[in-house]
Design a protein around this ligand. Sequence first.
Ligand code: 2HG
Ligand code: ZN
Length: 462
Amino acid sequence: MSASALIAVLKGLLDQRGLLTEPADLEPYGHDWRGLFSGRPLCVALPRTVEEVSAVVLACSAAGHAVVPHGGNTGLSGGATPDDSGRQVVLSLSRMAAIRKIDVYGETMEVEAGCILQTAQEAAQAQGLLLPITLAAEGSARIGGILSTNAGGSNVLRYGMARSRVLGLEVVTADGAIVRGLRHLRKDNAGYDWKQWFIGSEGTLGIVTCAVLQLAPMPRHRVTAMLAVPDADAALKVLRAARQAIGDTLNAFELMSGAALELVSRHQQLRLPLAHSPWFVLIEAGSSLPGLRDAAEALLAEVLERGEASDGVVAESERQEAELWALRESITEAESKQGRSVKHDVSVPIPEIPAFLAAADEAVGRAFPGTRINAFGHVGDGNIHYNLIVPDGADGSALNAVVHDLVMVHGGSISAEHGVGQYRVGELLRCKASPEIVLANRVKRALDPAGLFNPGKVLPAL
Ligand code: 2HG
Ligand code: ZN
């Protein structure tokens, strides 16, 4: 079937606003947030129901055109950007954005894939509940993209990755079948837990259209503190002290280099509440029981006394809390204003963090003088964003190899929370053991034998 015939079929399946074909309308779907990846979609389909998603998938399959699912386009690995063949159909879930149900007894939410994370968070909060997925991009990221990439964020330490919130899923598979698994059950061992195949596989195995998410009680008290620490080793000591003192309440334990915060104060005009230090940590804890603030202040006094931290501030108001978080969450934007960056979203076992950082700094400094290291991350779960701001023309692949080889030496992963997309396919094949790649290819062939969904993402195209 020709491309124009497919467009005519899709027009017939969708309502008036359901298909974009004009170049100006396609433009935002042709590149990622960073402007690193670009492509040319044939058209953008915007279905309103799961039945329409199924019909679009079947039409594309019959016509031999690949489908590229698209959420809020906040990904950092190019997973939602089509190729430049001009043949791929982008499938945006943005019009399937309803919150279908909130169950206050079971603490669950049934939400469609196109719902923006922040909207879902606010709906949970209105019922006195917490949707504990927290990301810098939560104002634009959509539930479908978050689940398809198994997004992380700053609360993984307490609440786990996006995967761990999912009780039920509805997906459309490559044969157009609608698989309805929207169960609100914590316990469900009736056969394979197939929803896990679609979470984190970045739209390469099927289209997530709706999910049941496990919410949590909303902690009524919160405390946020920022500490200056001399080195990464001291940050781990503070983490251990915090785990022992207030561990069951710890939402987030973030690490930021002094260099990262220098970028933030330069480009975002945000003021640091503490004097310069090589490293900083940002700690957030939440509890429904009183006394958290006293415990946090005692913790601060203890780590200052032992010299594990050199300075610290506990937020006095919600506004100050927001200001502390703004520093952490502006790093990505400040980095993009500084220049071209080569990102590494890596994780290592927590005790390896200081040794990994030292080895990577040394190797990068030796092999690529002039590179500016922008290291920060979610140290409480071992995820470091080891980003390098490089001169134009720098060889990104060579930098990746140096950093990722060290990640492997330290027992880590080359993709902690941002997925593989198209950015890391080569490095995944290089770094992951071949039986794991063979297994992944077998799953891909079983669920999507014609390579309909998001070809070239996560794995090379079939
Ligand atoms: C964060 O932790 C995000 O702020 C973005 O995951 C990380 O820009 C990055 O590399
Ligand atoms: Zn992150």
